[in-house]
Design a protein around this ligand. Structure first.
Ligand SMILES: Nc1ncnc2c1ncn2[C@@H]1O[C@H](COP(=O)(O)OP(=O)(O)OP(=O)(O)O)[C@@H](O)[C@H]1O
Length: 424
């Protein structure tokens, strides 16, 4: 390994140090050059999250006979409770039916092991290295707009992956967002060149107040050489397995913006919640902006009644069966209470999302909050037949009643997503 990079002044916050709740001891103090599990040599830190740092590492096994192989190591914090769950779900996904077309569109682990240091045990999840998240990838295009044929290919791929996840693995992702879709390297030279350049110019780092080194991550793999990257759905830390048809999730899931109505109303959710989620994400992918515009109050807090009001504006009111189920479930208490971000402990969806939302006659209680918006006006970058076909797809995903949403497998065959035939 080359010599260490420039030390940073202790006063500067580096990467994970900016987290609102941060404890240095929870993060493993990895260093470039260090060999973990007698097999993986850490090279460059490429990312960090609430509960991990991610490093590119050289896989030393078979190094002598085979070309160099590089992996991504997610070194999970010693206090992260979801890591074992993430590993279990991903092991299930890897093995459920490896011959299914959708299997390769879901990123799962290659290996896992534990490292120890005086502060505790840290689980390491080993993955194939990926170029970047879809949110970073989009920024490589003007106005964050990827070419439409490419977006269609990506949506079709994600639906094929979801078809596998839902039908074969009986698993709901529950957290589909641009950051949880990663794209592969379009060409192996991109990764090889990156590693060479990083080794020539080592990462800056600091030693924090407890003596732990904190390295500054680098994850810009440079301009695209081609559009041959493939998307994969990642991060199964919050995924839920629902083995039987009558297994339901009841607790709050999904990022605010992508939350399905049955989650807010406490009606119980299954795989169709992911379909709603992806339906909302179509706007981020095609328009480069979000579908729902008015879901936060003046203090910037998520407000579920504003969210439902906007759903009503875009889709019309919910059908009677959805409201009946809402009334039926209104008093249902969760098996375990759930803590909201503001610290309040809640026992029902109604408490968590600050209902009620509908009266006994099924009327929405906040009609004055319904904005003047229609779904037809929302996709501003498409016109003519393309727009009609897109809206037709979106309307098969953004449906109030989860049972009336099409499945991922059905949606993958939608005409909007098919490659356009060029006449000879
Ligand atoms: N396989 C990979 N190849 C390259 N980079 C990766 C890979 N996996 C993750 N990363 C990078 O590391 C970052 C953190 O990873 P990840 O989101 O899995 O961590 P996390 O601790 O679960 O984050 P959070 O809990 O905040 O969502 C990602 O944003 C990405 O930039």
């Amino acid at each position: 390994m080359s010599s260490p990079g420039p030390p940073l002044p202790p006063g500067i916050l580096v990467d994970e140090e900016i987290l609102p709740v941060y404890n240095s001891k929870h993060f493993y103090p990895a260093k470039p050059g260090e060999v973990l599990a007698d097999r993986y040599q850490a090279l460059v830190k490429v990312g960090w999250g609430m509960s991990s740092t991610v490093w590119l590492a050289r896989d030393l096994k078979g190094y002598v006979e085979e070309p160099e192989s590089v992996v991504a190591l997610k070194i999970v914090n010693n206090n992260a409770s979801s890591a074992d769950h993430e590993r279990e779900v991903e092991e299930h996904i890897s093995t459920a039916d490896p011959s299914h077309r959708g299997r390769s569109l879901i990123r799962t682990l290659l290996d896992s092991f534990e490292v120890k240091c005086p502060e505790g045990h840290y689980l390491c999840l080993v993955y194939p290295p990926m170029r970047e998240s879809l949110s970073m990838y989009q920024r490589r295009f003007n106005d964050r707009k990827m070419p439409l044929p490419l977006i269609k290919t990506y949506i079709r791929a994600l639906l094929t992956g979801l078809d596998y996840l839902h039908k074969i693995c009986r698993t709901v992702h529950t957290d589909i967002k641009l950051e949880n879709i990663m794209v592969s390297f379009e060409d192996p030279t991109v990764l090889a060149d990156f590693i060479d350049s990083q080794l020539a110019k080592p990462m800056a780092f600091k030693i924090d107040s407890i003596g732990r080194p904190v390295y500054q991550s680098r994850n810009d793999f440079g301009p695209l050489k081609s559009l041959r990257s493939i998307p994969q759905l990642v991060d199964f830390g919050l995924a839920t397995r629902l083995e039987e048809d009558d297994d339901w999730g009841v607790w709050p899931i999904q990022p605010d913006h992508y939350r399905a109505p049955e989650v807010i109303l406490g009606n119980g959710w299954q795989m169709p919640a992911d379909i709603w989620n992806l339906g909302v994400l179509l706007w981020d992918m095609i328009e480069g902006k979000e579908l729902f515009l008015h879901i936060y109050d003046q203090e910037g807090r998520y407000d579920a009644k504003l969210h439902i009001a906007e759903m009503i504006a875009l889709l019309g009111p919910p059908p009677p069966e959805v409201i009946q189920r809402y009334h039926y479930m209104q008093e249902y208490s969760w098996p375990k209470p759930v803590r909201r971000e503001d610290g309040r402990i809640c026992e029902t969806a109604e408490e968590y999302f600050c209902g009620p939302f509908f009266d006994e006659k099924g009327r929405f209680l906040y009609e004055d909050l319904i904005p003047d918006r229609k779904i037809r006006d929302a996709p501003s970058s498409l016109g003519g037949e393309e727009k009609e076909s897109f809206l037709d797809l979106a309307k098969e995903m953004l449906v109030w009643h989860p049972d009336a949403r099409k499945t991922a497998g059905e949606l993958a065959g939608h005409p909007f997503l098919q490659p356009t035939q060029r006449s000879a």
